[in-house]
Design a protein around this ligand. Structure first.
Ligand SMILES: [Zn+2]
Length: 343
């Protein structure tokens, strides 16, 4: 059984650029049609968060800016031209934060919960970026920590784009962060070097696995071997951003993944979390294509323990790319901080 946080309001929420707003909305509509038919799913209605919870991460000035933008009668941008605001947006933000709150509450009874909307990993404390007005996962981390920074929380952020805001906010927190994303130094947002390992108490806890553009299923499978770190870290909570914009048909094309990769990601998370008895809260992340909703469903089926290959597996013609990924993963696996073991 898997819990899916759902409110019909999700069908109207997107902060994407006007060019891909329709695709974003379609994605959730199709997802709803598919997930309704899926067995062993418990739908859970999210609560509305208190606006003070935004202060766990965001500055008062920025929260004020969000409120004012929400009162604006027109659609506009919160940043220099990516992230959209619209009338009444602020209530939707509270619904998004409330979704994580509800997920935390239900995680007492359910091992795996999925929130189809959310995983806004580009947002910073005082600014929006890349279709992300607030950083919901960072807020969730602070709620789970509740002042106890030793709480064993791990983040697995898999998306075509590096989770720059999330990495920045949690950079000096001693909680495990694994990021897998497309990278060539220029592709949005351009961050995510292997050498970015965290700072202060968080040094050694940040792991970036940059994938060369065009990486296919076989390279992605190599990258997922980094998840073995979880066995050493042994999280109590595993927050997974399962973005689907790495699909080969995505309109922001960067990777060459088939449906199989998203199933494999869900399946691996399912196995690891069962082995470690970790609670999973997962997020829909990015995805701007015709197949996005199918990718989401494949991830969920994987999370339920179903391993399937519905698509023809994609392969890198340039095997050097896979070798490169293998080398990165191996070098990172050899560089675990000793404090991992002392927990
Ligand atoms: Zn993305």
């Amino acid at each position: 059984m898997i819990g899916v946080i759902w409110d019909d309001r999700f069908l109207e929420i997107t902060f994407s650029h006007p060019m891909i707003r329709d695709i974003s909305k379609q994605r959730l509509r199709k997802f709803w049609e598919l997930i309704k038919e899926e067995p062993e799913v418990l739908f859970i209605k999210p609560e509305i968060a208190d606006e003070n919870e935004l202060k766990l991460i965001h500055t008062e000035e920025y929260i004020q800016k969000l409120k004012e933008a929400s009162e604006d009668q027109y659609i506009g941008f919160l940043d220099s031209g990516d992230t959209v605001h619209y009338p009444g947006m602020f209530n939707d933000l509270l619904l998004i934060v409330g979704s994580s709150n509800t997920a935390i509450k239900y995680s007492r009874f359910l091992d795996k919960i999925y929130i189809p909307i959310g995983g806004f990993h580009h947002a910073f404390p005082n600014s929006a970026m890349g279709f992300c007005p607030i950083n919901d996962i960072a807020i969730t981390v602070r709620k789970l920590q509740n002042g106890n920074e030793k709480r064993r929380i791990a983040i697995v952020d898999v998306d075509a784009h590096h989770g720059n805001g999330l990495q920045y906010i949690l950079y000096s927190d001693p909680i495990l962060k694994i990021n897998i994303f497309a990278y060539d130094g220029k592709f949005f947002p351009g961050t995510g070097k292997i050498e970015e390992r965290g700072s202060g108490k968080g040094y050694g806890y940040n792991f970036n696995v940059p994938l060369p553009l065009g990486t296919a299923d076989d390279g992605f499978e190599e990258a997922l071997k980094i998840l073995d770190i979880l066995y050493t870290y042994k999280p109590e909570y595993l927050l997974v951003l399962a973005g689907v914009d790495g699909h080969k048909e995505d309109s922001l094309k960067s990777l060459d993944l088939s449906l199989n990769s998203f199933n494999l990601l869900g399946y691996k998370i399912s196995r690891i979390s069962s082995d470690l008895k970790a609670k999973v809260i997962s997020y829909g992340g990015g995805g701007y294509g015709e197949y996005s909703s199918l990718c989401m469903l494949e991830f969920i089926r994987g999370l339920k323990g179903i391993r399937e290959e519905k698509d023809e597996k994609t392969e890198n013609t340039d095997k050097e790319k896979n070798y490169q990924i293998q080398k990165i993963v191996n070098s990172l696996l050899e560089s675990l901080p000793s404090s991992f073991e002392q927990r």
